[in-house]
Ligand binder design. Structure first.
Ligand SMILES: NC(=O)c1ccc[n+]([C@@H]2O[C@H](COP(=O)([O-])OP(=O)(O)OC[C@H]3O[C@@H](n4cnc5c(N)ncnc54)[C@H](OP(=O)(O)O)[C@@H]3O)[C@@H](O)[C@H]2O)c1
Length: 290
């Protein structure tokens, strides 16, 4: 990495806790090098008890902007002067821009999801879909799909069905979408549900490193040709779920493109520069040896 720090170097960062295996510092510092701009991106491990102080510190130090990850994505909203429409509906902010002490919150996961799914818009639009997971990432997926893909039905599946129910109620209220059906994550009961879905999205952390042998389902007849399976997990890139989906003829989409494109939107919000996504994507693939 060629980054060097000068008197006027602008600081970007990431806050979360614990900060394990984040690729954001790699992505943003590579993009900064490629664009030859005077920025640096740093990770800050901030426990919940210190969030308020950390935000004050960011303002006091003139940090230009930062990403927000687990567990602060929802709590950070109270410190924002402005929240974008999508972040406000989703109820989570992953990108903060600091304009002279006034903080604006955005949710750029939406851009990553759109860039991944837009090439398949015709196939997905107006059809039934399944979303597994009821955490922060699932919220961004639900928002993006309702807003841009108008599904005829959403099967919302989660290990804790209660959380799926409250997410359903939340989005029914926020987006006036009334075609949800919630289900508990129990693979044998889900074969029919998945088979009737044009798109299946894994928005859980199941299959993520180090538990790479796990999968939300191992049942091969859950997937078939003509379906699209999108796994938000990006470490590993080829999860067991995606292997199963593609071996049954479905289109398998991994989480790496989403990761790069959500970063690209954040980068643009902070620097007004376009991230060279192709080069960043290739550097990331080399770094991950894929
Ligand atoms: N590609 C990208 O750019 C991108 C962006 C954001 C997130 N992600 C990925 O998306 C995933 C979810 O992130 P998040 O922020 O939504 O996390 P989160 O808020 O912690 O939610 C985790 C979800 O996973 C479920 N889950 C966890 N362990 C499980 C298990 N053993 N069996 C079944 N379900 C389980 C949880 O179910 P319960 O409700 O029952 O606990 C919950 O629905 C992560 O892998 C993250 O890396 C990727």
């Amino acid at each position: 990495m060629k980054n060097s720090v000068h008197l006027n170097t602008k600081i970007l960062g990431l806050i979360g806790h614990p900060l394990k295996h984040s690729y954001s510092p790699f992505i943003h510092n590579i993009a900064i090098d490629l664009k030859e701009i005077d920025y640096i991106y740093l990770p800050f491990d901030i426990p919940t008890s210190n969030l308020k102080n950390a935000v004050r510190g960011m303002i006091a130090l003139g940090i230009r902007g930062f990403n927000v990850t687990i567990p602060h994505k929802e709590n950070i909203i109270q410190f924002m002067s402005n929240v974008s429409e999508e972040a406000s509906i989703i109820g989570a902010v992953n990108t903060v821009v600091n304009e002279l002490g006034k903080l604006s919150g955005y949710n750029t996961d939406v851009n990553g999801i759109l860039e991944t799914l837009n090439p398949f818009k015709e196939e997905i639009f107006g059809n039934e879909i399944s979303i597994i997971g009821a955490g922060g990432a699932s919220r961004a997926v639900i928002y993006t799909l309702i807003r841009y893909f108008k599904p005829s039905k959403i099967f919302l599946v989660n290990r804790t069905e209660q959380r799926a129910d409250s997410l359903k109620n939340y989005f029914q209220d926020k987006m006036k979408y009334n075609s949800f059906k919630t289900k508990e994550l129990f693979p044998p009961d889900l074969v029919e549900v998945f088979r009737s879905s044009k798109l299946i999205v894994n928005a859980t952390s199941v299959g993520m490193y180090p538990d790479v042998d796990d999968s939300i389902t191992m049942l091969a007849d859950s997937f078939a040709k003509g379906q699209i399976v999108f796994d938000l997990v990006y470490n590993p890139i080829q999860t067991n779920l995606l292997k199963l989906a593609s071996s049954n003829g479905a289109i398998a989409l991994d989480g790496l493109k989403m990761l790069v494109y959500q970063a690209a939107k954040s980068f643009e919000l902070w620097t007004s520069e376009t991230m060279p996504v192709e080069q960043v994507y290739k550097s990331l693939q080399l770094f991950l040896k894929v």
